[in-house]
Write a protein that binds this ligand. Sequence first.
Ligand code: GAP
Length: 544
Amino acid sequence: MLRFVNYSTHFGVSEQFVVILQFDYKNPKDMAQKEDVFKKIVSHAKEYGFVFPSSEIYDGLGAVYDYGQNGVELKNNIKRYWWEAMTLLHENIVGIDSAVFMHPTIWKASGHVDAFNDPLIDNRDSKKRYRADVLIEDEIAKIDDKIDKEIAKARKRFGDSFDEAMFRQTNPRVLEHQAKRDALHARFEKAMNANDLAELKQIIVDQEIADPISGTRNWTDVRQFNLMFKTQMGSSSDSTMDVYLRPETAQGIFVNFLNVQKTGRMRIPFGIAQIGKAFRNEIVARQFIFRMREFEQMEMQFFVRPGEELRWFEYWKEHRLRWHKALGLGDEKYRFHDHEKLAHYANAATDIEFQMPFGFKEVEGIHSRTNFDLSQHEKFSGKKIQYFDPELNQSYTPFVIETSIGVDRMFLSVLCSSYEEQVLEGGDSRVVLHLPKVLAPVKCAILPLVRKDGMPEKAHEIMQMLKFDFACQYDEKDSVGKRYRRHDAIGTPYCITVDGQTVEDNTVTLRDRDTMQQVRVAIDELPAIIGRECSLNTLLRKLS
Ligand code: GAP
């Protein structure tokens, strides 16, 4: 997409007549570039201190990442937005911070020891391990691609008169692909539902699926693989006990239900929120920080009366989507994916999906988990876990609505939708992160035009005034144009430039990251202007 914008210049920095290049993920031409864009985003994240591969000097560790100086600030801002939206805006939601290690029986009760599995298969030649279901899903996606290509070709040939629905119903090649796809999908779904590992292997054999690395079809049988990391706790060999690194934070909330309810005198309906690390030994870890082995979750369990759970499920569906949309990343980038196949303990479930460069992907899950978890913990611990409802004058096991969002996936969705490459008039270019201003790691950069004539001193004075409320950075190195580019690249919403006039009349130029427009404002006005755009308060008010 091309857009022409006319802006004023300042200090001789060429920011006039900007050609903006953006990627439209629905356009097939742009789609071809999507992988390229994603690679660029990953390297930008590293170059500008957002995300580094873990243990890089030792050649990295699969699907584990570290957050750098800018990444940690962005991540903390996301977490603060979630935490305050939960605990400040809802009088009946409180937070906890439970331990990563928990009694191993918790994972028996929750079902994770027996059922938190992925079907895996190894290729004997490449010695690589794959998820059998992912290999088959990729095969289905290949057939979908073939259908899409036929449609794209026909659209090009017929132009405006092209009727896609009619073409799908009548074109023999599309019909043939579709029939193959439907048959494969039905067979796959049946095997997954029946947990039939032999049939999954047979599908891989029948479809002649080859290992992408070795190119061979020399497959082992399909086996179940538990995703939990196990370690030992205790100092002597006879007192050690196997413990797990938690694969979700939710169980820490369930086992503290009574503690919080009693000490907080909480009355149903109420919620318990928690942010913390979770660990899964993912077989196929890919797409950067989308699927990691160590990641962070923000989970909230909302306890309600039995029979009222579906009403609350609808409430949280709507409320959580509003939380996402308030950030302004683009309403069209979100969609719900309601689960047709429900876990045995759930009576409703949906995902909030976000349009990543590699397609719509789950960022958050909202689940109506019935009273399964509390009942299981009651059974396995032998302790009564019930709530006495004073209004109904009866005790019951509360039902639960869970909202569960991955911090890292949220981070990735913010990063991907903010990244833009712009070519400026005159051949200059910039990469800019249009981060939601409230989430930006640095809110304003304070830049003395030159390192003399009282400008650095004035800039330091401004820094002293602003730093208690906003993350500020003082930067005097290089030309002001280069400093603008550096701050565009990390998404700093405002650059405050101190020049000769500042020393005379206490005004500065304030440059907006997105429009590159510069306005002259009094120093005294800065806190109000920056606060209006960058404060979490403004964003939270949109939600209530
Ligand atoms: N307590 C429910 C639960 O854990 P889930 O769908 O397995 O549900 C919830 O996970 C969220 O955690 C997902 O929507 C996703 O954002 C995040 N998540 C799950 N596995 C992840 C992984 N391997 N890497 C990064 N984020 C992950």
